[in-house]
Design a binder for this molecule. Structure first.
Ligand SMILES: [Zn+2]
Length: 82
């Protein structure tokens, strides 16, 4: 049984618990993608994705929906008024 501690991750190749700061699995030699290395492009995308998938998304949808409805009503009103 693997006893995974807080500073350990599972090797994606052999499934053994290894230290997070290892770049290479000591058991099977596979390269470990270190999550703590900042990938700015990915982080930005993830942050935006999280923000959009959170409460902000539904609020934004409601605001956009209301703005669109208001805009349509405004256009229709302009046509009818002229
Ligand atoms: Zn491994």
């Amino acid at each position: 049984m693997n006893d995974k501690k807080e500073d350990e991750i599972y090797c994606p190749e052999c499934g053994k618990a290894i230290k997070k700061n290892f770049n290479v699995c000591p058991y099977c030699g596979v390269k470990i993608k270190n999550n703590e290395v900042p990938d700015q492009t990915t982080n930005k995308t993830e942050e935006v994705g999280k923000a959009l998938s959170g409460i902000g998304c539904s609020i934004m949808k409601i605001i956009l929906c209301l703005a669109f409805i208001g805009f349509v009503i405004f256009i229709v009103y302009l046509f009818w008024a002229s």
